[in-house]
Design a protein around this ligand. Structure first.
Ligand code: GUN
Length: 292
């Protein structure tokens, strides 16, 4: 078993991003600029957004955070997005999800100018991704692709089973792994909570992408000897003994599954760190205008 080390790969890629940001600053006098909107006080969202902002500073980007209370109206939020869309000093705009129930996430996502949609959630970016055209690829799948590439994992012809069909991870991941470019060329099965014979399907996988959002859902008896396991899980559990007050669990029962695998991502220290790199890469691409 070998680790797909998110800490190592993300640090290496962030150094490359920082060098490019420095060159942009030198040439243009400005830094790539990411704006984030955070509504409410969800613990997970607070942590993720803080990490995104901190990493922007680390690589020499400008970052701006707009915070709103849970009570913000949909109209107020849409107006703010409009304002940021028009601001020429902004390269990327993300609205952290989930949003309160009275706000339609589809309206919010579609309001963001697709040329600033560094989360890659806008229908234009998703449509372009389907057709293998230049676009912003959603950050988590993008981060996973970069990880596979870094370790030169051979994916062609492999059976990739994605567990979970979210708009953010599972669905785009299934499209990307089936594309006829590297890393891709997989035969993909997209599974979810209604899938019958899940255990047999996962058991036939050469590559497993676990993105179902359930603690230690993938157990050793489900995994074929020598499989590659990508764990997207970020399941927070309150803990009295950790400094942060919570402990993070993946969607994979790491201790029992790892010995059966050829490669596996740890949690923490795996995909989560690569997601940030995906977001930074998209913001850099927006600043360089390489996509739009
Ligand atoms: N919520 C969970 N993951 C994400 C993400 O990648 N982007 C945004 N905006 N919200 C999220």
């Amino acid at each position: 078993m070998q680790l797909l080390d998110g800490k190592f790969v993300s640090e290496k890629l962030k150094q490359e991003i920082a060098a490019e940001a420095a060159a942009i600053l030198e040439a243009t006098g400005r830094k790539p600029h990411l704006v984030a909107i955070l509504v409410g006080h969800d613990g997970g969202s607070e942590t993720y957004v803080a990490s995104k902002m901190k990493n922007c500073e680390k690589v020499g980007f400008k970052s701006t955070l707009f915070r709103y209370e849970e009570t913000v109206t949909e109209a107020e939020l849409l107006n703010k997005i409009e304002e940021i869309n028009k601001d020429e000093d902004v390269d990327g705009l993300i609205v952290q999800l989930p949003l309160p129930k009275h706000i339609d996430p589809e309206k919010v996502t579609e309001k963001i100018d697709h040329r600033k949609d560094v989360d890659g959630f806008h229908p234009v970016n998703l449509g372009r991704m389907m057709r293998n055209l230049p676009c912003f690829v959603p950050a988590t799948p993008y981060g996973i692709l970069m990880m596979l590439e870094e370790y030169k994992i051979d994916t062609a012809g492999k059976h990739c089973v994605v567990i979970g069909r979210s708009n953010i991870v599972g669905s785009p991941m299934s499209i990307l792994m089936a594309r006829n470019t590297y890393p891709g060329n997989c035969t993909v099965t997209l599974t979810h909570s209604k899938t019958r014979n899940l255990k047999e399907i996962v058991g036939s996988a050469d590559i497993i992408v676990a993105a179902i959002g359930r603690k230690q859902f993938v157990t050793a008896d489900m995994v074929k000897e020598g499989a590659i396991v990508i764990d997207v899980g970020m399941n927070r559990e309150e803990s009295a003994v950790t400094k942060s007050g919570y402990k993070l669990y993946g969607d994979v029962d790491f201790d029992n599954v790892a010995p059966k695998t050829s490669w596996i991502t740890p949690v923490p220290g795996g995909v989560g760190l690569m997601t940030i790199v995906g977001l930074l890469k998209n913001t850099l691409a927006s600043a360089k205008k390489t996509i739009y």
